[in-house]
Design a protein around this ligand. Structure first.
Ligand code: G4P
Length: 527
């Protein structure tokens, strides 16, 4: 197969949802269709369960598992599908935001009973900002839930999307009878006992089939016909261009647990979802079809095996091919590096790969060369955009508890920050180090990992900060000088030396914004 065909057949996407909506179950069922696993239950969730907040071994174990499930690749109808896993736990949301820089599209999973939840809103907002094409899967139709049309309204209003249903449930919960597939124009009946199989199900291709009436009943059939008319009248017909531009989101219904509506979702997905897209760098737009290799690091994962304390850097191939043992330019270090054992991912296995194509994810063993956002190329000086740090919400001073291990602590903190576990700030006033995280759970993870991986002991002191924001200003202006003088106590530098304002309350942030109108207050590091 030629280079262009290889690109054309790749689909790299992420599944996002609020925890418990069914992301893991859906992923597993998709793999089942791809023949990548033989039975349900083979894929372990990498979600950190709520109950595990102080169970370090559990966190470690789950983090270990998540290396393998970070990328799940399989073949389906000759398409090479790469699912990038995104942690559902909100304390790891930043990991998810970064992973979203490496996907070409997403599937949003929503629980039919719970509707749009908080985490879904945040993640969809990030996708919307980036115009990522999104499909919506409304899950758990075997349970009592909200009315389909009410849910479509909720998705539009709460998530700011423009939806068009591509399937419609017939009943729900106890009364769930099946799904009308608007995309393929047929009806599939729900038979609970088929949940572990990928075999044929009862299908009808016409609403006028007398056996259909017998199967679902005259009332359900009449309701279905009315609802289909309503859909025709109210929702736009599906338009792929609009979907690809992020302006229209198709919605499908089903039950991941019962493997119902999943095959339809997958068939629709491979037809409409985009092949690897062009990506913007600071210098220019990079087309995947360009011959020269380029790619970027979107995730770094520490090796959980104590005998191999190296890390795995996950690279998304943007253009050209990535080949084993070929030297590539590490742009930030201005150094050529080659890799003798790049990994590819197939279902839950990791294997050495000789050649990877745009859309693929390659795992590179790293001993400290990589940071999130680093670019590798065939030689051109490129810097990929779009991996911002988000404003942390929890802050603590870090103290070294063992003066003999100051070096280990510094190295450990440095490497954990490169992995994107948290952000480090240095206070202008006294040089004290402050760690900022998106979720409180990270502090425990950091303390535990510093001790077990670097032999360094740290403790924390509380610090009252409401929000960190990056300051952009004309450095010579009087108002900036005044701001620096008056707010000195609240100023810090991030790892790149950029000025950050650590506002102690929403009120003081608002006051500062009102008072210093010439300054820009940014809530991500990229502006
Ligand atoms: P997540 O990754 O989005 O957090 O969700 P996950 O797939 O783990 O699913 C959360 C719970 O919802 C699981 O139950 C799962 O079995 C259930 N679930 C997923 N899809 C469906 C569906 O279509 N119908 C119904 N009724 N339930 C569904 P659990 O009891 O929390 O976990 P487990 O003990 O089953 O693993």
């Amino acid at each position: 197969m030629g280079f262009l065909e290889e690109i054309k057949r790749r689909r790299t996407f992420g599944i996002i949802s609020h925890p418990d909506a069914g992301k893991t179950t859906l992923t597993e069922k998709l793999l089942l269709f791809g023949g990548a696993i033989q039975e349900a239950g083979a894929v372990k969730s990498n979600k950190i369960k709520k109950t595990a907040t102080s169970d370090f071994m559990e966190i470690e174990r789950q983090r270990g598992i998540s290396v393998a499930t970070s990328v799940l690749a399989f073949l389906y109808k000759d398409k090479k599908i790469n699912i990038l896993d995104t942690p559902g736990h909100k304390d790891f949301a930043e990991d998810t935001f970064r992973t979203l820089t490496a996907v070409d599209s997403v599937i949003v999973v929503i629980d039919v009973a719970k509707g749009v939840e908080e985490q879904t809103e945040k993640l969809v907002e990030v996708c919307r900002m980036r115009n990522i094409p999104m499909m919506v899967f409304i899950n758990k139709l075997d349970r009592e839930g909200k009315d389909a049309f009410d849910l479509l309204d909720e998705v539009e209003q709460k998530l700011g999307l423009h939806v068009t249903p591509l399937s419609l449930p017939i009943g729900m919960g106890y009364d769930f009878k099946g799904i009308y597939n608007i995309w393929e124009r047929n009806i599939q009946l729900f038979e609970e006992e088929q949940k572990q199989t990928v075999g044929k199900k009862s299908k009808f291709s016409s609403l006028d089939d007398p056996q259909l009436e017998a199967a679902i009943g005259i009332n359900a059939l009449a309701t279905l016909k009315e609802e289909l008319e309503l859909i025709d009248g109210v929702y736009p017909t599906f338009n792929r261009e609009a979907y690809l531009a992020g302006n229209l989101q198709p919605v499908l219904f089903g039950s991941a647990l019962n493997n119902f509506g999943v095959e339809e979702l997958l068939n629709c997905f491979i037809e409409i979802a985009p092949e690897p897209l062009s990506k913007n760098s600071e210098e220019r737009l990079i087309d995947p079809k360009e011959k020269e290799f380029s790619g970027f690091v979107f995730k770094i994962h520490a090796n959980m095996d104590p005998n191999h304390r190296d890390r795995l850097a996950f690279i998304k191939v943007v253009s050209g091919t990535f080949e084993r043992n070929v030297p590539y330019l590490h742009v930030r270090l201005n150094k050529k590096l080659k890799f003798s054992s790049p990994n590819t991912f197939f279902a839950e296995r990791k294997e050495i790969v000789d050649i990877s194509y745009p859309g693929d994810i390659v795992g590179l063993h790293d001993t400290g060369n990589f940071k999130i956002g680093d670019t590798l190329t065939g030689g051109e000086l490129l810097h990929f955009k779009g991996i911002p740090s988000f404003s942390p919400e929890h802050f603590r001073y870090v103290n070294n508890n063992d003066p003999m291990k100051a070096k280990q602590l510094a190295k450990g903190i440095d490497q954990l920050m490169d992995e994107g576990v948290a952000q480090l700030f240095t206070l202008d006033l006294n040089g004290r180090k402050v760690i900022g995280t998106v979720g409180a759970l990270q502090f425990e993870v950091i303390q535990y990992r510093l001790l077990h991986e670097y032999g360094a002991k740290c403790t924390y002191d509380n610090l009252n900060v409401h929000k960190a924001c990056w300051i952009e200003a004309d450095e010579k202006s009087e108002s900036f000088k005044e701001f620096k003088r008056i707010k000195q106590k609240f100023l810090a530098k991030d790892k790149r030396g950029q000025l950050v304002f650590l506002a102690d309350s929403a009120f003081s942030l608002q006051m500062a914004q009102d008072q210093y109108k010439n300054l820009k207050f940014h809530f991500t590091s990229e502006f």
